[in-house]
Design a protein around this ligand. Sequence first.
Ligand code: ARG
Ligand code: ZN
Length: 852
Amino acid sequence: SVICLKDYKKCGFEVESCELYFELFEEFVIVTNTMEINKLDAQEKHIKLDSQELELLEVYLNDLKLNDTRYDIQEESFTVYNVPNSFSLKIKNKLYPQNNTELEGLYKSGSIFCTQNEPEGFRRITPYLDRPDIMSVFTTTIVADKERYPVLLGNGNKQSSHDLADGRHEVTWFDPHPKPSYLFAIVAGDLGVISDEFITASQTKVELNIYCDKGAESKCFFAMKSLKDAMIWDEQKYGREYDLDVYNIVAVDSFNMGAMENKGLNIFNSHYVLADEDKATDADFMGIQSVIAHEYFHNWTGNRITCCDWFELTLKEGLTVFRDQCFSADLNSQEVQRIEDVKGLRERQFVEDASPMAHPIQPDSYISINNFYTSTVYEKGAEVIRMLHTLLGESRFREAMDLYFKTFDGRAVRTGDFLWAMSEVDKEKRVDFTQFKRWYHQSGTPILEVKDSFCDGVYTLDLKQVVPNKVDEIKQEPFYFPLKVGLIGSDGKEIKEEMLVVSKEEESFVFEGLEAKPYLSINRGFSAPIIIKQEKNEYAFLMKHDKDSFVKYESAQSFALETTEKLMESAELDAEFLNSFGYVLDLDVELSYKALLLELPSISSLMQRQKVVDFTPIYKAKERLEREIATEFKEKLLDIYRLHHKPKNKELDTVSVGERALKNRALRLLSSLESREVIDLAYKQYQESLTMTDRVVALDVLENITSHEGGLALDDFYERYKDDTLVMNKYFSIIAASQREGVLLRVIASQDDEVYDKRVPNLVRSLVGVFAKNYKYFHAADGSGYAFVADKIIEIDKINAQMASGLASAFKIYNRLNQNNKNLIKKELECVISTHSLSKNTYEIISKILKI
Ligand code: ARG
Ligand code: ZN
C-alpha cells in the first residue's frame, strides 16, 4: 500500500517513558517492554502499535495480565482494546536475532548482537508507536552471558551493572534525552576497544570509545581522530556541544548502509571505521572522516531536532550531508572537496533524477520508506541547503541555524520549520522563500540554456530555464536559485564576479560599461544543482584563466566530453583539446586538484548526455581518446609518474595524498598504451608500494591490460588478504569492474569463493553491485548481464529486501536505453516482479522502472 505525505495524522497517544529489558540467549532473545502511555485524544479507544513478525508471550495493562480477547496481534500491528487515559503497558515477546538476515531490528553480525532501527526497525524488536514524532525517555537493561558478551551497550549513560548467577551479567543504560524509537540501539559482544576523551567548550569531560572485533583496535585511531575533529568543528562552526557523558561507536561487518546515528551509540559499517595504510586507500580514509563526522553532526541535526514523519527525511539528511561536506572541505581541500561532491551528485543523483525513480527531496508518497534513503534526499538535499547558505551568506546562515536550534530543540519538526528559521534572519527580504520551496516538492534537474551578446559596452546574458516534468508528466514551475558568474577580459583578468538570482523561465541580465565582450564563467562553485547548456564554449580559455577552481575543472570536463562525443562520430581529434590537456599537465597547482583536472569524463557522464544510450560507441570513443592522449603525452606522463611515485611513503598529508593521486592518474592514462613498459611499472608499483592506494590502482591497471601479470598480482593479493573481509571487498570489485572478456563468468565463480557471503551487504555490493555498474558487461547485447543480476535480485530478496531493491535500482536507466537492451531488461524484470512473495521494497523499484 502507498503511504502519502498528505495523510499525516497526529498520534492520539504519547509514550512518556519506555523501559526495555533484554535477555540475550544463543537461540532466542526475550524482550520485556514497559511503557507509560497517555491518551492525547479522548476519542481514541484502542491503541494500535506497530509490530512486525513478533512472537508475543505476555501482555499486562497496569500490571494486570490480559487474556487474548483484550488484544489482537497481526503481521504488522498489535492492538490493545479499551485502554484508559493513562496506563502502563507491559509486553513480553520473543525474537530470533540469529535468523534475522534483513539486518533490521535486532540481529547478529558474526557473534555481535546489534540493532538497526531507522526507519522502521524498532517494530521488529517490540510493539511500539514506531514513528519519529513519538519521542520518549528510554531505559535499557541488557542481560547476557558475561564470558561471551562482556560488553553490553545502550543509549545514553551507563547507570548500573552487576553480575548475576550462572555466569550472566546485567547492565542498565539511561538516556535522559527524549528520542524517537529509530534512534534506539543496543550492542552486546566480546569486543576490542580504543578509548579517549574530549573536553567540551563548557568543560565537560566526555568519554569516547570505539569498539570493534578483537585484534582490529589498531585500525580505529583514524576514526577516533576524526571524531574529535568533528566535535571541535561543531563547537566552533555551529556552537553545538555534545550532551552525554559518553560517546560510543561500534563497528560491525554486516550492515545495510554506511552507519547509524543512534543516540550516544553509533553503529557503523566497519568499512567506515577500520583503516590503516596497508589495508585502506586514501579515499577510504576520507570516507571514514566524513561518515564519522556525519553521524556525530546528527546529534544536533537529527537527534535533538528530529523529523515529524519520514517525508521529512531530508530535513536531517540533506542538512547533515551539507555539514559533513563543509567539515571535510575545512579539514582538507575546499576545491577538491567541492569537485568530489559535485562528481558524486552527478554520477548518482542526476541519473536518479532522469529516471522513473526521480522524486523530490521531500517525496510525496512511498511504498517502502527504505527506498528513499537516496542520493536525491541526501546529496540533492545538501545542495538545496547549500543554495540557502549562498543566498543568505555565511553569517546570516549561522544566525538562522542558531534560531533553528533554539526554537526546535527537543522536537520533531518539518522542513517548513527549518525554512521559517532561514526566512526569519532574512531581514531585508532578499530571498523569495515561497518560490525557493519548489526545490522540496519538484523533481528532475533543471537545464539552464545560456546565450550572450555584446553591444555598445553592454553585455547581455539571456537565460532560459527548461523545467523538467514530473515522472507522471505533470508540468512543474521554474526554480529559484543563486547563479554565481564571473566575467573575464580577453587578457585573462577578472572583470567582476556577481551572484545572480534566477527565478523566471526566461530572464536577461545586463552588465554595463564593458570595453569588449567578456568571457563568461558560469555557475561558479556549482552554485546551483543544474545543467548548463551554452551556445558557444570557451573551454580552453577558461581552463587557463578562470580563477574559480570549479569552473576550471568543469571546463576541462566539458571540453573532454564534447571531444569524446565528436570521436563517436569518428571525426578527427580536436587539436585544441590536446593543447589544453598539455597545458594542464604543466600546471603548478595542488596535486590532488591537478589529478582531477586530468581526469577524463566517466562513462556515466557520457551516457547521461546521449538521447538513446548504446554503450559500445561510448566505450570506443573514450578508449580512443585515452590512447591518443597517452601517445601524445607519453614522456610527460612518465615524468610525472617518476617524479611523484614514492613507494615507501605512506603518509596521509595533503602533499603525499596528492602525489599518489596524480601519479596514479598518470599511470592509468598510460595504461591505455598496454605496453610492456606500463605493465612493468604497474607490477613494480604493486610489489613495492606500502599503501593500499597504490596497490589497488596497480592491481586494477594490470587486471585490465594483461591476464598474465594481472593474474599473478590478483592471486598474490588474495593470499595476502583473504582473512580481511574489508580488503576482500576490493578484490571482488576489481574482478567485477574489469573490462577484460569473461567478467561475468569470473563474477559467477567468485560467489563460490569461501570468502564470499551473500548475507553480508558489503560483499554483495562489491561483487554484484559493482558488476551492475560495469556497463560494458552488465548491458551485454546477449542479455547475460541482466539475467545474472535479475537472478541475484530474486535470490537476495528472500534474504535482505533492502539489498535486493538496491540491486534492482541498477536497472533504472532502462528508459534511456536502445530498443534491444530495453527488450532484454523488460523480460528479466517482468520475471522478477512476478516472483512469489517479492518484498515491497523490490516491488516498488521495479514497478516504477516498468511504469506499472
Ligand atoms: N541515518 C543514517 C545516516 O544517514 C542512515 C540509516 C539508513 N538506514 C536504512 N536502513 N535505510 O547516517
Ligand atoms: Zn545521515
